[in-house]
Design a protein around this ligand. Structure first.
Ligand code: ATP
Ligand code: MG
Ligand code: MG
Length: 355
């Protein structure tokens, strides 16, 4: 099997490497500052676990390499402005938005989008960083340098958030997982629940939306589409051209994980629809030290990233999978005292999804 080089050496690269091992695919996660000579990129398929990167000797070299799958697409999707334009061009529903170029635009913005506005940096935001929630008269609190660097979005009173993880291969075949239910707190994904029984209308419309995007871009590999549920419709929040945190449950809850699916797609290997026959819960470990007692619960699969623990930093996740929802609920209840109190609300949310 051809080796795979992954631009970026965070947890996503690490989990791609883990997924490659049983397939006999050697995966090399690579930091952007690596010496190009030390990286076997010439004889590898190249992919990325990050969406944007500064110019370094390595990234300059990779940017010219035709083995870099989707290399033209990252710059388009890493900037919210062309990403939103793409959705508008495809007439796919997304949270209403406009560019933010000058403070003079505020009256028109409030008139058009309403009184709850989210300002988002076009480039570089993640885990809710680089965003401001603004009501009329609060706009003067924004720093001056954001004009031209941001878009504004209507604040959406959603009833829930879901994401669709899918993959496309170079023949244009697309496969999808069931929609994942996601709970965010302070802009960071806290918990996901995936159920094998899909919500047929939402599932179909999500698959149609993501297929249109994947095909338009001639994309190869895994992509994630984050959505708001409003009434019985989906509005796209954002796209991520890579494996995604809300797909981590597939490591233990699907017959093919999103990491394996991505490697299959970019390597031209068979890519059947992954089978999902049990409910899964994924608990993001955010800024917490490792707790060996998690492992006293038999349903808990620990995925620890071996990163330095810092507040608000994703340092690992727990996957819980079982065919019996009550067993999952019992495990979540037992897990509760082993996590800090900020997990209480997410646990209650997951318990309800499983009821
Ligand atoms: P990620 O880590 O997923 O890349 P991000 O920093 O790009 O996060 P978003 O996904 O844009 O941020 O927003 C984070 C969360 O903030 C969303 O999942 C949602 O809960 C909330 N949010 C974002 N945009 C809106 C909106 N227009 N209306 C209501 N809530 C929103
Ligand atoms: Mg994002
Ligand atoms: Mg997001």
């Amino acid at each position: 099997m051809k080796p795979v080089c992954v631009l970026g050496n965070g947890q996503l690269g690490r989990m791609l490497r883990q997924a490659g091992e049983p397939l006999g695919i050697t995966v090399y996660p690579i930091g952007i500052d690596a010496e190009p000579e030390a990286v076997p990129y010439q004889k590898s398929i190249i992919t990325a676990e990050i969406e944007r990167w500064p110019e370094t000797p390595l990234t300059k070299e990779l940017a010219q390499n035709t083995n870099f799958v989707n290399r033209e697409i990252f710059s388009l999707l890493a900037d919210r402005l062309p990403q939103k334009q793409l959705l508008d061009d495809l007439q796919i529903a997304t949270a209403p938005w406009q560019p933010l170029t000058s403070p003079d635009e505020w009256p028109a913005i409030f008139a058009r989008l309403g009184d709850f506005i989210i300002v988002k940096r076009r480039i570089g935001g993640y885990d809710g960083r680089g965003q401001w929630r603004i009501k009329p008269s609060e706009e003067h609190q924004l720093p001056d340098e954001i004009y031209g660097e941001c878009i504004v979005e209507q604040g959406i009173p959603f009833s829930g958030e879901v994401s669709l993880i899918g993959a496309r291969n170079s023949q244009g075949d697309c496969v999808f997982y069931p929609l994942t239910h996601n709970l965010h707190q302070d802009g960071i994904l806290r918990m996901s629940v995936a159920l094998p029984e899909t919500m047929p209308t939402l599932q179909q419309s999500a698959e149609k939306m993501l297929s249109a995007i994947l095909n338009k871009l001639n994309y190869v590999g895994v992509m994630a589409m984050e959505c708001f549920i409003v009434g019985n419709k989906l509005l796209i929040n954002e796209l991520a051209p890579r494996v995604h945190n809300s797909g981590h449950w597939t490591q233990n809850g699907a017959s093919i994980s999103q990491f394996e699916l991505h490697l299959r797609a970019i390597s031209g290997l068979p890519m059947p629809t992954p089978d999902v026959c049990q409910p899964s819960v994924m608990v993001n470990l955010i800024g917490s030290d490792i707790e060996p007692q998690w492992l006293s619960l038999p349903l808990v699969h620990l995925h620890w990233y071996e990163k330095e623990v810092r507040p608000a930093r994703k340092v690992g996740h727990l996957n819980l999978v079982h065919s019996d929802k009550t067993s999952l609920q019992r495990t979540l209840t037992s897990l509760s005292p082993l996590l800090d109190e900020s997990y209480q609300a997410p646990i209650n949310w997951a318990l309800e999804k499983l009821s």
